[in-house]
Design a protein around this ligand. Sequence first.
Ligand code: PA5
Length: 436
Amino acid sequence: MVQLRYEHLFQLKNYGVPRVRFESEAAKLPRFLELIRGRGQGFYDLPDDTRGVAEILEYAHKVRGKFDHIVVLGIGGSALGVSCLMQALKHPFWNVLPKRARKHPQLFVLDNIDPSVIAQLEETISYKKTLFIVATKSGTTPETMGQYYYFRAKMEREAGKIVAKKHFVFVTDAVRGVLRGIAAKDGIPCFMIPDNVGGRFSVLSPVGLLPAALLGIDIKKLLGGARAMRDVFFEKRFVRNIPFQLAAIQYVLQQERDVTMTVMMPYASAFSGLADWYCQLLAESIGKSETRGGKKVSIGLTPIKALGVTDQHSQVQLYTEGPRDKFILFLEVAALYKKQLVIPSAAVSDPSMAYLKGVTFQELMSVEKRATEQALFEYGRPTATLSVPRIDEEVLGELFMLFEGSIAFLGEFYDINAFDQPGVELGKIYTKKMLS
Ligand code: PA5
């Protein structure tokens, strides 16, 4: 299972986490758990939806072999989880692999309305071999609905009105929005996002599960991992509750040391999408201007994405010597690849590079992570490490639940609603007004 190490934080005298304060925060855990249970949120129930899983698998079976391309139309929480799943669990060059190697369709996540990308996507796909998944919780988001109307019209021109309907599937709220009505009228399959699951908490709903199943990802294992972490999330014992520990670290660092940014730095390219997904989760959930009691505040933890080792040569200088406002959360993987790739000793001819002889890339990556951690420690910068044994469905399910749980706890620490996004909604309202 995922582990969290943060002993370093107590050793950083003036810059780390004061142990006494941390322990006093730990006492809040049982009360926070009660509060969270009372909030009626549904993200932690998603792994139990066996009927939903069966419906998704049945649909995936039905359309197997019919499409060469899947295009997800969605934005924010309706897109980032899908990209994350694909990057973590499929080949890094999935879309350019030959069809016989993939055995499943290509997948494109169209999470922007940049016309150049839309046009160039059209040059890449064949309409007659494309399935469009339209994912929107509200069923009214202008970007997603604009894309939907555009592609529906195009598909009707390419394939004819009757056949076009077979090239769409919807993922949306049970009643709200306009997609439900279209689905009912046109007989388009429609999967449900439960009312009490917000966009950025929806990756384990059909939003993530449907595209994942169409790519051949084992969604039962994904949910199994999430279930295991849910047990940890509901643990009353502080020493076992990793989501709570993570939230407590972020909270205490902000309160005691004015550390207002969290750098999510996985040492695995496959987790690059996970870092993007986490950035949205933290930013939208915790950036708030009002407490639950209506008091005006200015709260937020700014997320930053960094990728090990790449960003050692880009951002780490700032993290070691720049402002003391960042907490770096490393994510390391014990086994990145099934085979060991070795730098052949005989090929290293320069004596000054002899330390690379016979070193595997896994070793080099892990040593570089430790070296960066050590450098940050010497500069008095707070870091912690999440360790996972490998990258697979179970581990990813655990990580999704861990981060979502930690966000729920952060909401309690700050006494804010971590599950709404009034700032985003206001932008949607103005878009509508300005176009009306
Ligand atoms: O987390 C959220 O609620 C948002 O980021 C939404 O996911 C995003 O705005 C897209 O909304 P919708 O899924 O309703 O189209």
